[in-house]
Design a binder for this molecule. Structure first.
Ligand code: DHB
Length: 514
Protein backbone atom coordinates (compact mmCIF):
# COMPACT_ATOMS: atom_id res chain seq x y z
CA UNK A 1 0.00 0.00 0.00
CA UNK A 2 0.92 3.63 -0.20
CA UNK A 3 2.02 5.10 3.06
CA UNK A 4 0.36 8.41 3.68
CA UNK A 5 2.23 9.56 6.69
CA UNK A 6 2.42 13.11 5.54
CA UNK A 7 4.38 15.86 7.12
CA UNK A 8 2.26 18.75 8.17
CA UNK A 9 2.30 21.40 5.53
CA UNK A 10 1.35 24.91 6.33
CA UNK A 11 -1.81 25.24 4.37
CA UNK A 12 -2.12 24.19 0.76
CA UNK A 13 -5.62 25.60 0.61
CA UNK A 14 -7.04 23.54 -2.16
CA UNK A 15 -4.38 24.31 -4.72
CA UNK A 16 -2.78 20.91 -4.74
CA UNK A 17 -5.32 18.15 -4.45
CA UNK A 18 -3.53 14.88 -3.89
CA UNK A 19 -4.57 11.41 -4.70
CA UNK A 20 -3.30 8.16 -3.33
CA UNK A 21 -4.27 5.26 -1.19
CA UNK A 22 -5.39 5.92 2.32
CA UNK A 23 -3.38 3.10 3.79
CA UNK A 24 -2.12 3.53 7.32
CA UNK A 25 1.63 2.97 7.60
CA UNK A 26 1.82 0.42 10.41
CA UNK A 27 5.56 1.01 10.82
CA UNK A 28 5.43 4.79 10.82
CA UNK A 29 5.47 5.31 14.58
CA UNK A 30 7.89 6.41 17.22
CA UNK A 31 7.90 4.78 20.63
CA UNK A 32 7.39 7.12 23.52
CA UNK A 33 7.31 6.82 27.27
CA UNK A 34 5.29 9.11 29.45
CA UNK A 35 3.96 9.32 32.98
CA UNK A 36 0.21 9.81 33.20
CA UNK A 37 -1.60 10.70 36.39
CA UNK A 38 -4.98 8.96 36.41
CA UNK A 39 -8.25 10.37 37.74
CA UNK A 40 -7.49 9.01 41.22
CA UNK A 41 -4.17 10.82 41.28
CA UNK A 42 -2.06 7.69 40.72
CA UNK A 43 0.87 7.84 38.31
CA UNK A 44 1.33 5.29 35.52
CA UNK A 45 4.29 4.81 33.26
CA UNK A 46 2.98 4.27 29.76
CA UNK A 47 5.04 3.13 26.78
CA UNK A 48 3.14 3.79 23.57
CA UNK A 49 3.44 3.93 19.81
CA UNK A 50 2.78 7.35 18.39
CA UNK A 51 1.83 8.04 14.78
CA UNK A 52 1.90 11.71 13.95
CA UNK A 53 0.15 13.91 11.37
CA UNK A 54 -1.36 11.15 9.25
CA UNK A 55 -3.37 12.73 6.46
CA UNK A 56 -6.82 11.15 6.49
CA UNK A 57 -8.22 12.18 3.10
CA UNK A 58 -6.84 11.57 -0.40
CA UNK A 59 -7.48 15.11 -1.62
CA UNK A 60 -6.80 17.34 1.39
CA UNK A 61 -7.58 21.04 1.32
CA UNK A 62 -5.21 21.66 4.21
CA UNK A 63 -3.17 18.78 5.66
CA UNK A 64 -2.25 20.76 8.72
CA UNK A 65 -5.83 20.26 9.86
CA UNK A 66 -6.94 17.19 7.93
CA UNK A 67 -4.57 14.86 9.70
CA UNK A 68 -4.75 12.73 12.80
CA UNK A 69 -2.49 11.26 15.45
CA UNK A 70 -2.74 7.72 16.78
CA UNK A 71 -1.48 6.54 20.16
CA UNK A 72 -1.42 2.87 21.09
CA UNK A 73 -0.29 1.63 24.51
CA UNK A 74 2.19 -1.25 24.52
CA UNK A 75 3.28 -1.28 28.16
CA UNK A 76 1.57 0.13 31.25
CA UNK A 77 3.45 0.11 34.57
CA UNK A 78 5.93 -2.38 33.16
CA UNK A 79 3.28 -4.82 31.93
CA UNK A 80 2.76 -5.50 28.23
CA UNK A 81 -0.72 -4.67 26.96
CA UNK A 82 -2.42 -5.75 23.76
CA UNK A 83 -4.63 -2.95 22.48
CA UNK A 84 -5.52 -4.64 19.19
CA UNK A 85 -9.14 -5.10 20.31
CA UNK A 86 -9.38 -2.12 22.65
CA UNK A 87 -11.97 0.66 22.36
CA UNK A 88 -10.82 3.67 20.37
CA UNK A 89 -11.18 7.11 21.91
CA UNK A 90 -11.70 9.56 19.05
CA UNK A 91 -10.89 12.80 20.80
CA UNK A 92 -11.33 16.04 18.92
CA UNK A 93 -9.77 19.20 20.31
CA UNK A 94 -11.99 21.75 18.62
CA UNK A 95 -12.84 24.88 20.59
CA UNK A 96 -14.83 27.87 19.42
CA UNK A 97 -15.43 26.26 16.01
CA UNK A 98 -11.84 27.30 15.34
CA UNK A 99 -9.29 25.30 13.32
CA UNK A 100 -7.69 22.51 15.33
CA UNK A 101 -4.46 20.82 14.37
CA UNK A 102 -2.57 17.92 15.87
CA UNK A 103 0.22 18.13 13.30
CA UNK A 104 2.73 19.71 15.69
CA UNK A 105 1.83 17.61 18.73
CA UNK A 106 4.79 15.86 20.30
CA UNK A 107 2.76 13.12 21.97
CA UNK A 108 -0.67 12.00 23.12
CA UNK A 109 -3.12 14.70 24.21
CA UNK A 110 -1.00 17.60 23.05
CA UNK A 111 -2.84 18.81 19.96
CA UNK A 112 -5.29 21.61 20.02
CA UNK A 113 -7.33 24.41 18.69
CA UNK A 114 -5.51 27.52 17.58
CA UNK A 115 -5.56 29.99 20.41
CA UNK A 116 -7.04 27.59 22.93
CA UNK A 117 -5.50 26.41 26.19
CA UNK A 118 -3.93 22.97 26.36
CA UNK A 119 -2.58 22.87 22.88
CA UNK A 120 -2.71 25.32 20.10
CA UNK A 121 -0.62 28.26 19.20
CA UNK A 122 -1.26 31.80 18.26
CA UNK A 123 -3.60 34.45 19.49
CA UNK A 124 -6.92 33.94 21.20
CA UNK A 125 -10.01 33.56 19.06
CA UNK A 126 -10.69 36.93 17.42
CA UNK A 127 -14.34 36.69 18.30
CA UNK A 128 -14.12 34.89 21.60
CA UNK A 129 -15.07 38.13 23.24
CA UNK A 130 -17.46 39.38 20.60
CA UNK A 131 -20.55 38.40 22.50
CA UNK A 132 -19.14 37.53 25.84
CA UNK A 133 -16.64 38.20 28.51
CA UNK A 134 -13.48 37.85 26.54
CA UNK A 135 -12.78 34.59 28.30
CA UNK A 136 -10.86 32.18 26.14
CA UNK A 137 -12.99 29.29 25.01
CA UNK A 138 -12.36 25.65 25.70
CA UNK A 139 -10.74 23.12 23.44
CA UNK A 140 -7.23 21.84 23.10
CA UNK A 141 -8.22 18.47 24.54
CA UNK A 142 -7.82 19.86 28.00
CA UNK A 143 -10.66 20.42 30.41
CA UNK A 144 -10.69 21.57 33.98
CA UNK A 145 -11.33 19.10 36.78
CA UNK A 146 -12.75 19.69 40.25
CA UNK A 147 -9.37 20.86 41.52
CA UNK A 148 -8.99 23.34 38.71
CA UNK A 149 -6.38 21.17 37.00
CA UNK A 150 -6.32 20.43 33.31
CA UNK A 151 -7.67 17.01 32.42
CA UNK A 152 -6.59 15.24 29.25
CA UNK A 153 -9.01 12.52 28.20
CA UNK A 154 -6.57 11.19 25.57
CA UNK A 155 -3.96 10.64 28.27
CA UNK A 156 -6.40 9.04 30.69
CA UNK A 157 -7.69 6.76 27.93
CA UNK A 158 -4.17 5.71 26.95
CA UNK A 159 -3.31 4.88 30.56
CA UNK A 160 -6.50 2.79 30.70
CA UNK A 161 -5.25 0.72 27.75
CA UNK A 162 -7.38 2.25 25.01
CA UNK A 163 -6.28 3.29 21.56
CA UNK A 164 -6.44 7.06 21.10
CA UNK A 165 -7.09 8.79 17.79
CA UNK A 166 -6.84 12.58 17.80
CA UNK A 167 -8.17 14.16 14.62
CA UNK A 168 -7.53 17.70 13.52
CA UNK A 169 -10.27 19.55 11.65
CA UNK A 170 -10.66 22.73 9.67
CA UNK A 171 -12.25 25.67 11.47
CA UNK A 172 -14.14 28.83 10.72
CA UNK A 173 -11.30 31.35 10.49
CA UNK A 174 -9.25 29.61 7.78
CA UNK A 175 -8.86 31.70 4.63
CA UNK A 176 -6.89 31.00 1.47
CA UNK A 177 -4.81 33.41 -0.59
CA UNK A 178 -7.92 34.40 -2.57
CA UNK A 179 -9.58 35.46 0.66
CA UNK A 180 -11.97 32.53 0.61
CA UNK A 181 -13.06 30.85 3.81
CA UNK A 182 -12.50 27.10 3.65
CA UNK A 183 -13.16 26.02 7.21
CA UNK A 184 -16.69 27.32 7.75
CA UNK A 185 -19.72 25.03 8.07
CA UNK A 186 -19.83 22.15 7.41
CA UNK A 187 -16.03 21.69 7.09
CA UNK A 188 -15.30 20.56 10.66
CA UNK A 189 -17.94 17.83 10.79
CA UNK A 190 -17.03 16.63 7.30
CA UNK A 191 -13.39 16.37 8.40
CA UNK A 192 -14.25 14.42 11.55
CA UNK A 193 -16.39 12.03 9.51
CA UNK A 194 -13.57 11.59 7.01
CA UNK A 195 -11.22 10.80 9.91
CA UNK A 196 -13.63 8.17 11.27
CA UNK A 197 -13.86 6.65 7.79
CA UNK A 198 -10.07 6.55 7.57
CA UNK A 199 -9.82 4.72 10.89
CA UNK A 200 -12.46 2.21 9.89
CA UNK A 201 -10.98 1.66 6.43
CA UNK A 202 -7.72 0.81 8.18
CA UNK A 203 -9.24 -1.78 10.46
CA UNK A 204 -6.53 -4.26 11.41
CA UNK A 205 -3.78 -1.79 10.51
CA UNK A 206 -4.67 0.78 13.14
CA UNK A 207 -4.90 -1.25 16.36
CA UNK A 208 -8.20 -1.13 18.22
CA UNK A 209 -11.82 -2.11 17.67
CA UNK A 210 -13.24 0.04 14.88
CA UNK A 211 -16.74 -1.01 15.98
CA UNK A 212 -16.08 0.62 19.36
CA UNK A 213 -15.18 4.17 18.43
CA UNK A 214 -16.04 6.57 21.26
CA UNK A 215 -15.97 10.27 20.38
CA UNK A 216 -15.19 13.07 22.81
CA UNK A 217 -15.16 16.85 22.63
CA UNK A 218 -15.88 19.99 24.60
CA UNK A 219 -18.04 22.99 23.73
CA UNK A 220 -17.85 23.44 19.94
CA UNK A 221 -15.96 20.13 20.10
CA UNK A 222 -18.82 18.72 22.18
CA UNK A 223 -21.27 19.95 19.59
CA UNK A 224 -19.29 18.22 16.85
CA UNK A 225 -18.96 15.07 18.95
CA UNK A 226 -22.73 14.88 19.42
CA UNK A 227 -23.28 15.65 15.75
CA UNK A 228 -20.82 12.93 14.77
CA UNK A 229 -22.78 10.53 16.97
CA UNK A 230 -26.20 11.61 15.75
CA UNK A 231 -25.42 11.74 12.04
CA UNK A 232 -23.55 8.45 11.50
CA UNK A 233 -23.59 7.35 7.83
CA UNK A 234 -25.97 10.13 6.81
CA UNK A 235 -26.00 10.56 3.03
CA UNK A 236 -26.32 14.34 3.51
CA UNK A 237 -22.53 14.67 3.83
CA UNK A 238 -21.66 12.40 0.94
CA UNK A 239 -20.78 15.01 -1.66
CA UNK A 240 -18.45 16.83 0.73
CA UNK A 241 -16.74 13.59 1.73
CA UNK A 242 -16.30 12.57 -1.88
CA UNK A 243 -14.73 15.94 -2.74
CA UNK A 244 -12.07 15.32 -0.12
CA UNK A 245 -11.40 11.79 -1.23
CA UNK A 246 -12.52 10.36 2.08
CA UNK A 247 -12.10 6.63 2.56
CA UNK A 248 -15.03 4.50 1.49
CA UNK A 249 -16.23 3.23 4.86
CA UNK A 250 -18.88 3.84 7.47
CA UNK A 251 -18.58 6.99 9.58
CA UNK A 252 -20.94 5.75 12.29
CA UNK A 253 -19.53 5.71 15.81
CA UNK A 254 -20.38 3.58 18.82
CA UNK A 255 -20.62 6.16 21.61
CA UNK A 256 -20.55 9.91 22.10
CA UNK A 257 -19.06 11.93 24.92
CA UNK A 258 -20.02 15.61 24.82
CA UNK A 259 -19.13 18.28 27.37
CA UNK A 260 -21.09 21.56 27.21
CA UNK A 261 -22.11 21.06 23.57
CA UNK A 262 -22.75 24.42 21.88
CA UNK A 263 -25.23 23.09 19.38
CA UNK A 264 -28.74 23.51 17.91
CA UNK A 265 -27.44 26.93 16.91
CA UNK A 266 -30.45 28.13 14.92
CA UNK A 267 -32.62 27.73 18.04
CA UNK A 268 -30.03 28.75 20.60
CA UNK A 269 -30.88 32.47 20.70
CA UNK A 270 -34.42 31.75 21.92
CA UNK A 271 -33.27 29.04 24.31
CA UNK A 272 -30.65 31.42 25.70
CA UNK A 273 -33.18 34.13 26.49
CA UNK A 274 -35.53 31.58 28.04
CA UNK A 275 -32.74 30.42 30.34
CA UNK A 276 -30.68 33.51 31.09
CA UNK A 277 -32.96 36.31 29.87
CA UNK A 278 -33.58 37.80 33.28
CA UNK A 279 -29.95 38.44 34.01
CA UNK A 280 -27.59 41.31 33.19
CA UNK A 281 -24.59 40.79 30.94
CA UNK A 282 -21.30 39.72 32.47
CA UNK A 283 -18.58 42.33 32.37
CA UNK A 284 -20.81 45.15 31.17
CA UNK A 285 -23.60 44.84 33.77
CA UNK A 286 -25.93 45.87 30.95
CA UNK A 287 -29.55 44.81 30.79
CA UNK A 288 -30.33 43.29 27.41
CA UNK A 289 -33.05 44.60 25.09
CA UNK A 290 -36.25 43.34 26.78
CA UNK A 291 -38.30 43.36 23.60
CA UNK A 292 -35.77 41.31 21.69
CA UNK A 293 -35.35 38.94 24.62
CA UNK A 294 -39.11 38.38 24.89
CA UNK A 295 -39.54 37.81 21.17
CA UNK A 296 -36.77 35.25 21.25
CA UNK A 297 -38.35 33.49 24.25
CA UNK A 298 -41.58 33.05 22.30
CA UNK A 299 -39.56 31.51 19.46
CA UNK A 300 -38.16 29.05 21.97
CA UNK A 301 -41.64 28.15 23.22
CA UNK A 302 -42.71 27.35 19.68
CA UNK A 303 -39.59 25.36 18.93
CA UNK A 304 -39.71 23.40 22.18
CA UNK A 305 -43.34 22.45 21.51
CA UNK A 306 -42.43 21.31 17.99
CA UNK A 307 -39.78 18.91 19.32
CA UNK A 308 -42.45 16.92 21.19
CA UNK A 309 -39.91 15.71 23.73
CA UNK A 310 -40.67 14.16 27.07
CA UNK A 311 -38.48 14.65 30.09
CA UNK A 312 -36.44 11.85 31.59
CA UNK A 313 -37.71 10.19 34.74
CA UNK A 314 -41.33 10.16 33.54
CA UNK A 315 -41.58 13.95 33.55
CA UNK A 316 -44.00 14.27 30.63
CA UNK A 317 -44.05 16.72 27.72
CA UNK A 318 -41.28 19.33 27.90
CA UNK A 319 -42.47 22.88 27.27
CA UNK A 320 -41.19 26.40 27.80
CA UNK A 321 -43.62 26.59 30.73
CA UNK A 322 -42.35 23.61 32.67
CA UNK A 323 -38.74 23.34 31.55
CA UNK A 324 -37.51 25.25 34.62
CA UNK A 325 -39.17 22.70 36.90
CA UNK A 326 -37.68 19.91 34.82
CA UNK A 327 -34.15 21.31 34.91
CA UNK A 328 -34.45 21.83 38.66
CA UNK A 329 -35.76 18.35 39.47
CA UNK A 330 -33.83 16.33 36.94
CA UNK A 331 -30.51 18.15 36.98
CA UNK A 332 -29.87 21.20 39.19
CA UNK A 333 -31.05 19.84 42.55
CA UNK A 334 -29.47 16.39 42.05
CA UNK A 335 -26.27 18.17 41.00
CA UNK A 336 -26.21 20.27 44.18
CA UNK A 337 -27.10 17.19 46.21
CA UNK A 338 -24.16 15.22 44.80
CA UNK A 339 -21.84 18.15 45.44
CA UNK A 340 -23.00 18.67 49.01
CA UNK A 341 -22.97 14.98 49.87
CA UNK A 342 -19.31 14.73 48.89
CA UNK A 343 -18.36 17.50 51.34
CA UNK A 344 -17.40 16.95 54.97
CA UNK A 345 -20.12 17.88 57.46
CA UNK A 346 -18.25 21.05 58.35
CA UNK A 347 -17.72 22.10 54.72
CA UNK A 348 -21.35 21.36 53.86
CA UNK A 349 -22.55 23.42 56.80
CA UNK A 350 -20.30 26.27 55.69
CA UNK A 351 -21.54 26.09 52.09
CA UNK A 352 -25.17 26.03 53.20
CA UNK A 353 -24.55 28.98 55.51
CA UNK A 354 -23.15 30.91 52.54
CA UNK A 355 -25.96 29.80 50.22
CA UNK A 356 -29.14 30.15 52.18
CA UNK A 357 -31.30 29.73 49.07
CA UNK A 358 -30.61 25.99 49.35
CA UNK A 359 -32.75 23.93 51.69
CA UNK A 360 -30.91 20.80 52.80
CA UNK A 361 -33.28 18.14 54.07
CA UNK A 362 -33.01 14.35 54.26
CA UNK A 363 -29.76 14.49 52.33
CA UNK A 364 -31.29 16.45 49.44
CA UNK A 365 -30.83 19.98 48.14
CA UNK A 366 -33.95 21.97 47.23
CA UNK A 367 -34.23 25.47 45.81
CA UNK A 368 -36.23 27.56 43.36
CA UNK A 369 -35.35 28.27 39.74
CA UNK A 370 -35.33 32.01 40.42
CA UNK A 371 -32.86 31.57 43.26
CA UNK A 372 -30.74 29.29 41.12
CA UNK A 373 -30.53 31.98 38.42
CA UNK A 374 -29.60 34.60 40.98
CA UNK A 375 -26.89 32.27 42.27
CA UNK A 376 -25.42 31.82 38.78
CA UNK A 377 -25.44 35.58 38.33
CA UNK A 378 -24.59 37.55 35.22
CA UNK A 379 -25.07 35.93 31.85
CA UNK A 380 -22.03 35.55 29.63
CA UNK A 381 -23.56 36.72 26.36
CA UNK A 382 -25.66 39.59 25.15
CA UNK A 383 -28.81 39.22 23.03
CA UNK A 384 -29.08 37.54 20.59
CA UNK A 385 -26.35 35.30 21.92
CA UNK A 386 -25.49 33.48 18.69
CA UNK A 387 -26.77 35.27 15.59
CA UNK A 388 -25.73 38.81 16.51
CA UNK A 389 -27.45 41.71 14.74
CA UNK A 390 -23.98 43.11 13.99
CA UNK A 391 -22.56 39.75 12.82
CA UNK A 392 -19.97 39.78 15.60
CA UNK A 393 -20.15 36.23 16.96
CA UNK A 394 -18.07 33.20 16.15
CA UNK A 395 -21.23 31.52 14.91
CA UNK A 396 -21.78 34.30 12.36
CA UNK A 397 -18.31 33.41 11.09
CA UNK A 398 -19.14 29.68 11.22
CA UNK A 399 -21.80 30.31 8.60
CA UNK A 400 -19.58 32.44 6.41
CA UNK A 401 -18.91 31.33 2.84
CA UNK A 402 -16.66 32.24 -0.05
CA UNK A 403 -15.11 35.60 0.69
CA UNK A 404 -17.95 36.52 3.05
CA UNK A 405 -16.63 36.08 6.56
CA UNK A 406 -19.85 36.37 8.51
CA UNK A 407 -23.53 35.80 7.77
CA UNK A 408 -26.86 35.61 9.51
CA UNK A 409 -28.38 32.18 9.99
CA UNK A 410 -31.72 33.11 11.57
CA UNK A 411 -34.51 35.06 9.89
CA UNK A 412 -35.00 37.10 13.05
CA UNK A 413 -31.46 38.46 13.21
CA UNK A 414 -31.38 39.08 9.47
CA UNK A 415 -34.48 41.20 9.92
CA UNK A 416 -32.77 43.15 12.70
CA UNK A 417 -29.41 43.37 10.95
CA UNK A 418 -27.38 46.47 11.80
CA UNK A 419 -24.64 46.02 9.19
CA UNK A 420 -26.54 47.35 6.21
CA UNK A 421 -27.88 44.02 4.99
CA UNK A 422 -31.29 44.80 3.54
CA UNK A 423 -31.99 41.22 2.45
CA UNK A 424 -35.27 39.69 3.49
CA UNK A 425 -34.28 36.05 3.11
CA UNK A 426 -31.42 34.03 4.44
CA UNK A 427 -28.91 33.00 1.78
CA UNK A 428 -30.11 29.93 -0.08
CA UNK A 429 -27.42 27.57 1.21
CA UNK A 430 -27.99 28.40 4.88
CA UNK A 431 -30.88 25.99 5.67
CA UNK A 432 -28.94 23.00 4.32
CA UNK A 433 -25.83 24.02 6.26
CA UNK A 434 -27.81 24.40 9.47
CA UNK A 435 -29.16 20.90 8.88
CA UNK A 436 -25.60 19.58 8.49
CA UNK A 437 -24.49 21.20 11.76
CA UNK A 438 -27.36 20.17 14.03
CA UNK A 439 -27.70 16.79 15.77
CA UNK A 440 -31.35 17.34 16.73
CA UNK A 441 -32.99 16.57 13.35
CA UNK A 442 -31.16 13.22 13.33
CA UNK A 443 -32.77 12.33 16.66
CA UNK A 444 -36.27 13.72 16.34
CA UNK A 445 -39.16 13.59 13.90
CA UNK A 446 -40.47 10.65 11.89
CA UNK A 447 -37.18 9.23 10.71
CA UNK A 448 -34.50 9.29 13.37
CA UNK A 449 -31.11 8.13 12.12
CA UNK A 450 -30.79 4.38 12.71
CA UNK A 451 -26.99 4.57 12.39
CA UNK A 452 -26.59 7.07 15.20
CA UNK A 453 -24.53 6.32 18.28
CA UNK A 454 -26.63 4.50 20.91
CA UNK A 455 -24.60 5.55 23.97
CA UNK A 456 -24.42 9.15 25.18
CA UNK A 457 -22.36 10.80 27.89
CA UNK A 458 -23.33 14.45 28.27
CA UNK A 459 -21.91 16.79 30.90
CA UNK A 460 -22.23 20.49 31.66
CA UNK A 461 -21.47 22.92 34.49
CA UNK A 462 -24.49 24.46 36.21
CA UNK A 463 -22.84 27.90 35.94
CA UNK A 464 -22.06 27.57 32.24
CA UNK A 465 -24.00 30.28 30.43
CA UNK A 466 -22.27 29.88 27.06
CA UNK A 467 -25.57 28.41 25.92
CA UNK A 468 -28.93 27.44 27.41
CA UNK A 469 -29.16 24.45 29.75
CA UNK A 470 -32.00 23.21 27.56
CA UNK A 471 -29.61 22.46 24.70
CA UNK A 472 -27.93 19.53 26.46
CA UNK A 473 -31.15 18.47 28.16
CA UNK A 474 -32.98 18.34 24.82
CA UNK A 475 -30.18 16.31 23.29
CA UNK A 476 -30.40 13.85 26.19
CA UNK A 477 -34.20 13.70 26.05
CA UNK A 478 -34.21 13.14 22.29
CA UNK A 479 -31.68 10.30 22.49
CA UNK A 480 -33.44 8.71 25.47
CA UNK A 481 -36.77 8.84 23.63
CA UNK A 482 -35.22 6.63 20.96
CA UNK A 483 -34.24 4.09 23.60
CA UNK A 484 -30.57 5.06 23.65
CA UNK A 485 -28.43 4.71 26.75
CA UNK A 486 -28.00 8.25 28.12
CA UNK A 487 -25.86 9.45 30.99
CA UNK A 488 -26.42 13.16 31.49
CA UNK A 489 -25.62 15.25 34.50
CA UNK A 490 -24.58 18.77 35.42
CA UNK A 491 -21.54 19.62 37.54
CA UNK A 492 -22.56 21.87 40.42
CA UNK A 493 -21.11 25.39 40.36
CA UNK A 494 -18.82 24.56 37.45
CA UNK A 495 -18.41 26.88 34.47
CA UNK A 496 -17.68 26.42 30.81
CA UNK A 497 -15.46 23.50 29.83
CA UNK A 498 -15.50 21.68 33.16
CA UNK A 499 -14.91 17.95 33.44
CA UNK A 500 -15.00 16.85 37.04
CA UNK A 501 -15.64 13.13 36.52
CA UNK A 502 -13.17 12.06 33.80
CA UNK A 503 -12.43 8.79 35.59
CA UNK A 504 -16.11 7.90 35.43
CA UNK A 505 -16.09 8.53 31.67
CA UNK A 506 -13.10 6.22 31.22
CA UNK A 507 -14.96 3.53 33.19
CA UNK A 508 -18.15 4.19 31.25
CA UNK A 509 -16.25 3.48 28.01
CA UNK A 510 -15.25 0.07 29.41
CA UNK A 511 -18.82 -0.58 30.49
CA UNK A 512 -20.60 0.34 27.26
CA UNK A 513 -18.01 -1.24 24.97
CA UNK A 514 -17.54 -4.37 27.11
C1 DHB B 1 -17.46 27.78 22.34
C2 DHB B 1 -17.99 28.67 23.25
C3 DHB B 1 -19.05 29.47 22.86
O1 DHB B 1 -19.61 30.34 23.72
C4 DHB B 1 -19.57 29.38 21.57
O2 DHB B 1 -20.59 30.17 21.23
C5 DHB B 1 -19.04 28.46 20.68
C6 DHB B 1 -17.99 27.66 21.06
C7 DHB B 1 -16.32 26.92 22.76
O3 DHB B 1 -15.80 27.09 23.87
O4 DHB B 1 -15.93 26.03 21.98
Amino acid sequence: GIALNAQASSGTNGSSARTGGLVFDTDGYTEQTTTITDANGDDHEVVYRFWKAVTYVAAPVDEKYQSLNVSVPVKIDGKSVDASGAPILFANSVGGYMPSSVADATGVGAGGTTGMPGGGTGAPSPSASASGSGEVQSGGNGMVNALGKMVSLPKLALAAGYVVVEPGARGRTLKNSEGEYYGTAPAAIVDLKAAVRYVRANKGRIPGDTDRIVSSGTSAGGALSSLLGASGDSPLYEKYLRELGAADASDAIFATGAWCPITDLEHADGAYEWNWGASVVQGTGKVVDRTVSKELVSQFAEYQASLKLRGLGGFGALTARNYDTYLLQQYMEPSATTYLKALSDADRAAYLADHTFITWKNGKARFSWADFLTHVGARKKTTPAFDAFDLSTGENNLFGTGTTGTRHFTAYSLKHDTTGNTGTRLDGDIPAKLRLMNPMPFLTGDKPNAHRTKHWWIRLGTKDSDTSHTVSANLAAAAAALGDDVSHLYYWDEGHGANTDPGDFIQWIAKVTG
